[in-house]
Design a protein around this ligand. Structure first.
Ligand SMILES: [Zn+2]
Ligand SMILES: [Zn+2]
Ligand SMILES: [Zn+2]
Length: 494
């Protein structure tokens, strides 16, 4: 026996822990900070050894309940950097990934166990030999000769310490390592597997009838299903999940309420803001009643967020026996802080609505303003239209005059004249003795005569180098020219 028990000795403190589970537990609690490599090595060794024992009988790896508990996949924990209050970050994907990696394998194993449990619990055969045959069709049993010692406690099997098989995975254990699942409990665990129309839930009376109508079980222990430690853990986890589904913790319920209120407020708030803005501008696209209704609903939602988040922050803090853990309390407070920040950003900035008389005044003002604007616009358009008409008329007169002049003038002169007009207009360099062609000017225009005279004087002053006189004459000339331009345009629009 000593040779076998070596396997359960702690390689670090050389303490005999008696079973694999105890050794594993001892390691995880006592030597967590110590050599991780040794720990993993030991864990791997045991699961491999167990696989090898069972594989001899054609049991494949997935049928071994312990593999889920001994093959932990290590993940980096999410990094929780300090963050601003009220920040939102979705960790769902990360959590899902970590969880999926862990539960995939577990789900496959636990489903296999549950399907077998379902068949066992609903098998009406109680005659020992036949039932045993049926049990072995569900899962192959490990051969007795292959297992001289109980894999769980390490004790040697003999005439008094007999081998027993787990009905769910087929592995071997001794009497004291056997665990039992009652039919009733089994039924509870598997009822969700069965679709309601396919199978009626077994009741105690069903069980009584089947017992009396077929061969009676030899002892009452047969009304229980024997299973190993690993399979038992799988079933308890199943039970835990079912319980969780039925009665969610209060914190979860409150948080769901908080989330749904926040979601509803987030949906309603932009609609309301649009309405309030429009009404405050005196527009008539929305009804004041409707906006007031939205405002009331929003305030109710904000109240709910306030009350529920407050409740979450103090949840279980009065409970002397089961106070929330430090982490949980920190989360509860974080939820409250986030809600508080949310309310400050949303409730306190909620736009107010005008009263009915105020709204009527706003709408009246807006209508008047709108009318004024329309009138101004109409006037502007009218002005533009008239301007355009006048411009066209001038253009027309101009080209008419040009045409008549062209037809009178000799061809050679016509070209040079029109070139001068188009390119330079009235300039100081133009010939002072030859007034430029224009449909509106006459040869006897006194302004033109004056201009011609001033130009002549400028030429003379330049020749005599009288600079100051030239400057003063130039000023006179430009005044005369602009006056001439003004008169010409007045005549053009007359
Ligand atoms: Zn130790
Ligand atoms: Zn088992
Ligand atoms: Zn045992």
């Amino acid at each position: 026996m000593a040779t076998v028990k070596e396997g359960f000795l702690c390689p670090i403190c050389v303490q005999d822990l008696g079973s694999f589970h105890k050794l594993q537990n001892h390691f995880e609690t006592k030597h967590t900070a110590e050599d991780k490599a040794i720990f993993d090595q030991v864990k791997g060794l045991f699961s491999k050894a167990k696989v090898r024992w069972l594989k001899k009988d054609g049991v494949n790896e997935n049928d071994i309940g312990s593999s889920s508990s001994s093959n932990h996949i290590l993940h980096d924990a999410p990094v929780w950097d300090p963050q601003e209050i009220g920040q939102m970050h979705n960790h769902m994907e990360k959590f899902k990934k970590i969880r999926d990696d862990r539960i995939d394998r577990f789900v496959i194993e636990s489903n296999k166990v549950l399907i077998r449990l379902d068949k066992l619990a609903h098998c009406d055969e109680f005659e020992a030999t036949k039932r045993k045959e049926f049990e072995q069709t569900l899962v192959p049993w490990v051969r007795d000769n292959d297992v001289p010692y109980c894999p769980t406690c390490g004790d040697r099997f003999n005439v008094t310490r007999r081998r027993h098989h787990c009905r769910l995975c087929g592995s071997i254990m001794c009497t004291k390592c056997s665990l039992f699942i009652s039919f009733q409990f089994a039924d509870e665990l598997v009822q969700t597997l069965r679709k309601p129309p396919a199978g009626r839930r077994r009741t105690q009376s069903d069980l009584n009838i089947s017992q009396s109508s077929t061969s009676k079980p030899q002892d009452t222990s047969e009304l229980y299903i024997r299973c190993c430690h690993d399979c038992y853990i799988v079933l308890m986890k199943r039970k835990e999940r079912l319980d969780q589904k039925e009665n969610q913790p209060l914190l979860v319920l409150l948080y769901e309420k908080l989330r749904s209120a926040t979601d509803a407020a987030n949906e309603l708030s932009p609609l309301y803001e649009k309405m309030a803005e429009s009404l405050n501008r005196g527009e008539e696209s929305y009804h004041l009643d409707k906006a007031n209704d939205y405002r009331f609903k929003l305030i109710k939602l904000y109240e709910t967020i306030d009350v529920v988040s407050k409740k979450i922050s103090v949840l279980d803090t009065e409970d002397q026996d089961h106070p929330p853990s430090a982490t949980l309390l920190r989360m509860q407070n974080a939820i409250r802080s986030a809600s508080h920040a949310y309310l400050q950003n949303n409730m306190l900035t909620l736009q107010s609505l005008p009263s009915l008389p105020k709204l009527e005044m706003l709408q009246k003002n807006r209508r008047q303003e709108e009318e004024r604007r329309m009138r101004r616009q109409r006037e502007e358009l009218e002005r533009e239209r008239m301007e355009e008409e006048r411009r066209r008329e001038v253009e027309r007169l101009r080209s008419e005059a040009e045409n008549s002049r062209v037809s009178q003038a000799p061809p050679a002169l016509q070209k040079s004249r029109s070139g001068v007009i188009l390119k330079e207009g009235w300039g100081a360099e133009s010939n002072p003795f030859q007034p430029q062609g224009n449909p509106f000017e006459s040869e006897s225009d006194p302004l033109l005569e004056q201009i011609a005279y001033v130009r002549q004087m400028i030429v003379q002053a330049k020749q005599a180098n009288r600079t100051e006189e030239v400057q003063s004459l130039n000023r006179n000339l430009s005044e005369l020219e602009s006056e001439f331009q003004r008169q010409r345009s007045v005549r053009a629009f007359a």
